[in-house]
Design a protein around this ligand. Structure first.
Ligand SMILES: [Zn+2]
Length: 275
């Protein structure tokens, strides 16, 4: 995500303005109190990849879910893994390097699917909306999403979690990374990002996430990120030279409510309690 102030074009209407946001005020206000349609979201994220290739998750490895990767490494190598919103395929490529061969990757945008085919050619691909998964029940041992659910409209998050629980085999787990609302929301407000409701409409605190997952029969365990990600370092206000020491801050020692993002492993209940 781009945070430096510059002269730029609104990613929806093309109007030029100076600022740190992706949308002009008029486009941001248009969607402040309504759910953004899927076609508009797709248009926005494809325009984002085109306009900011150096900082988009499709083209750069900015947001590695380090703690999740450590958890994923413990899975049996023949695990059937689905990554939803696989972006540029950086995590999928890391999994493939570690010997996981049964990978299915989905994304919404044509730009991401093209990047996925180039970076992880041996995987299977599907263009799919995260709220409607085109797979049979119980066919995956692990489902992953990294920086996905915060982009979904709120009603879609519920459908998405229902779908994840459906496609997971009993005892399978959902490995998920998302911003911590308690830290991200005040940060966006302080930075004057008046369009954050458009690109992160569904953020969760640790407690809210635990509740949302539990509604779909998924029991959550938090895993701590050891350090700030490249994207988080780039967003820090203040002089750039401070980013090097910041990269070594042991943020994993912070309580979950104070961490910039949440990494969780949510395991599907095997007995009673399924929706
Ligand atoms: Zn606009």
């Amino acid at each position: 995500m781009v945070i430096d102030r510059s002269r730029r074009s609104c990613l929806l209407c093309g109007a030029t303005f100076t600022g740190r946001t992706f949308l002009c005020r008029a486009c941001a206000d248009q969607y402040r109190h309504q759910t953004v349609p899927l076609t508009v979201r797709k248009q926005f994220y494809e325009a984002l990849d085109e306009a900011y290739p150096a900082r988009s998750n499709t083209h750069g490895d900015w947001n590695v879910p380090v703690a999740l990767l450590r958890e994923l490494e413990r899975l049996p190598p023949d695990s059937r893994i689905l990554e939803i919103g696989a972006g540029g395929g950086f995590l999928a490529a890391a999994l493939q390097e570690r010997g996981f061969q049964r990978l299915v990757l989905t994304d919404l945008t044509a730009t991401s699917l093209a990047a996925l085919r180039a970076r992880v050619p041996a995987a299977l691909f599907a263009a799919a909306d995260a709220a409607r998964l085109p797979f049979r029940a119980g066919v995956f041992d692990a489902v992953i999403s990294s920086d996905l659910i915060e982009h979904l409209p709120r009603p879609d998050v519920e459908r998405h979690l229902h779908e994840v629980a459906r496609v997971l085999a009993p005892g399978g787990s959902y490995f998920l990374k998302t911003p911590n609302r308690l830290v991200a929301e005040p940060f966006y407000r302080l930075r004057g990002l008046y369009d954050w409701h458009f690109w992160h409409p569904s953020m969760f605190s640790p407690g809210e996430l635990r509740f949302a997952l539990a509604r779909h029969g998924l029991d959550m365990r938090l895993v701590a990120q050891p350090h700030l990600t490249g994207a988080q370092l780039a967003k820090l206000p203040g002089p750039r030279f401070l980013r090097t020491p910041a990269a070594h801050l042991p943020v994993g020692l912070l309580p979950a409510v104070a961490r910039p993002h949440l990494e969780v492993v949510a395991t599907r209940r095997t007995a009673r309690g399924l929706p």
